[in-house]
Design a protein. Structure first.
Length: 225
């Protein structure tokens, strides 16, 4: 799928972009052979092209509005969805321990690897291909984020509210994990001041927390439907 989207790339770059730090650590391999450096670079590549496309797509939007949309577009949650859509999660080279702990489903791992892949292809001269990829796979979420920003940013909104009331943060507890191991469903509750204020479900703990926070914001009247 990567070749179909981006074309050819230096094989060493791609192998490095797909190698998780747990693998190099377990096998006593140099950290230079995992994705961290390429991820650092790819993060900037992603933000550059996403910023360009947002600037062009929303000519009336202010700097603040563009920044809000971009912050969600380049988040682990969105990048992980994109990476899974192109099958990148199946290609990551993990250490045995990380694999056993469900690292292949972890949003941060998948998102970091995607950023590293973008960094690898940028260094291989595939700039037009990267822009087209971001336009097709990442920008598709932009309009929904623009219209329903609170739904994507509910955890921050809830935290700002609770800190404004009593200077505390809500806590999120996993109530249950159901479904098959390869496709779990997390149920999470939000606790504030020793009281459970809402519950939410999701395919990952982070997604469940976001849904839970949104429901809490609705219950507390912070967000109006």
């Amino acid at each position: 799928m990567l070749k179909e989207i981006f074309g050819e790339c230096d094989e060493l770059f791609i192998k490095t972009a797909l190698t998780h730090p747990s693998y190099t650590k377990e096998n006593n391999i140099s950290d230079l052979e995992n994705y961290e450096r390429l991820e650092f670079f790819g993060d900037s590549v992603l933000k550059l092209f996403t910023s360009k496309l947002l600037y062009e797509a929303y000519p009336e939007a202010s700097e603040g509005e563009l920044s809000k949309i971009r912050s969600i577009l380049v988040s682990d949650a969105i990048l992980a969805k994109v990476a899974v859509k192109i099958g990148l999660d199946k290609l990551i080279i993990l250490g045995a321990s990380e694999e056993k702990q469900g690292g292949r489903r972890r949003e941060s791992n998948i998102a970091c690897s995607l950023e590293a892949v973008l960094g690898a292809y940028y260094l291989s001269g595939k700039r037009e291909e990267i822009e087209n990829f971001i336009k097709e796979y990442v920008m598709v979420y932009a309009d929904d984020i623009d219209k329903h920003f609170e739904r994507y940013n509910a955890k921050d909104i809830l935290q700002q509210y609770t800190q404004g009331v009593d200077k505390t943060r809500p806590e999120y507890n996993v109530v249950s994990v159901s479904g098959p191991a390869h496709k779990p469903v997390f149920c999470v509750e939000a606790v504030w001041g020793s009281k459970v204020i809402a519950q939410g479900q999701g395919k990952s703990k982070k997604e469940a927390e976001q849904h839970c926070a949104y429901e809490a914001c609705r219950i507390l009247g912070i967000i109006k439907d």
